[in-house]
Design a protein around this ligand. Structure first.
Ligand SMILES: C[S@@+](CC[C@H](N)C(=O)[O-])C[C@H]1O[C@@H](n2cnc3c(N)ncnc32)[C@H](O)[C@@H]1O
Length: 245
């Protein structure tokens, strides 16, 4: 699965995404989405890890606004190289195995991930590693595309995957909850951000149409908005804490 995802995120595809989502970003919403993701956290002074940092846009934003010790990991060597070049103040590290991330135990106050885990098939392996890396009481915050029917998307997400040659795993809210609790986290609070993300994607469609952008991307984003409107896919945020003192 990892090799496939690395192949799918070619530099050209990343630049296309960045063009639509804003400098360094490969997921929706820019600064307002990052603030929304971490709004419940007092960020100054924290040691934090971004899982699936991509080109480092989220860490770049946080580094420019808050006094934090930031780390970012990703499986894609090219992206890690780019992220290091763009924001040398952040510790960007190549992650080769979800179950053995080369960082010390009980080290992080906060671990977060934005628009990434839908590419991760074995969530249990990764969540156990997140639990090892977090300090007891540390926070784990995940934003992701979630399937309404576990194990399968509907025609709209299937179409998006076909157009963008992108693999996205259909895991349900219930699956996330169960795996988090099994791996030593508190029962998560879950926030539904679908409407917000739907509107950000609609803005991208409007901009692409106004600028006579790629027909394929317009169709792909229209499929995503339809998937949100028809309840096939949701954008949820899970806020959980590592149990223990
Ligand atoms: C849609 S991009 C989001 C990037 C970034 N979070 C952002 O918001 O700009 C998904 C990212 O997840 C990374 N990724 C996929 N599977 C991963 C895994 N198992 N561990 C770490 N990163 C992963 C990809 O390489 C890609 O950079």
């Amino acid at each position: 699965m990892k090799d496939k995802i690395i192949e799918e995120y070619t530099p050209d595809y990343c630049h296309e995404l960045e063009g639509m989502y804003g400098q360094g970003m490969m997921s929706e919403g820019g600064g307002p989405a990052i603030e929304h993701l971490l709004e419940k956290v007092d960020l100054n002074g924290l040691t934090a890890l971004d899982i699936g940092c991509g080109l480092g846009g989220v860490c770049h934003y946080l580094n420019s606004k808050y006094d934090m010790k930031l780390y970012g990991i990703d499986i894609n060597p090219w992206m890690i190289q780019e992220a290091k070049k763009r924001t040398p103040q952040v510790n960007f590290i190549l992650s080769e195995d979800d179950g053995a991330i080369d960082l010390p135990s009980n080290h992080f106050d906060l671990i977060f991930s934005k628009g990434v885990l839908c590419h991760v098939e074995d969530k249990e392996l990764l969540f156990r590693e997140v639990a090892r890396l977090l300090k007891p009481g540390g926070q784990f915050i995940v934003n992701d595309w979630i399937a309404t029917a576990h194990g399968k998307w509907g025609p709209n997400v299937d179409r998006l995957m076909e157009i963008e040659s992108l693999t996205v795993v259909a895991h349900s809210e219930d699956h996330y909850r169960k795996v988090l609790v099994k791996c030593g986290f508190t029962i998560p609070t879950v926030r539904d951000d679908t409407k917000l993300y739907r509107d950000w994607n609609q803005e991208i469609i409007d901009t692409l149409i106004a600028n006579k952008g790629s027909r394929e991307y317009i169709e792909s984003y229209q499929a995503l908005v339809k998937a949100f409107d028809e309840g096939e896919c949701k954008v949820l945020q899970f806020n959980s804490e590592k149990l223990g003192v």
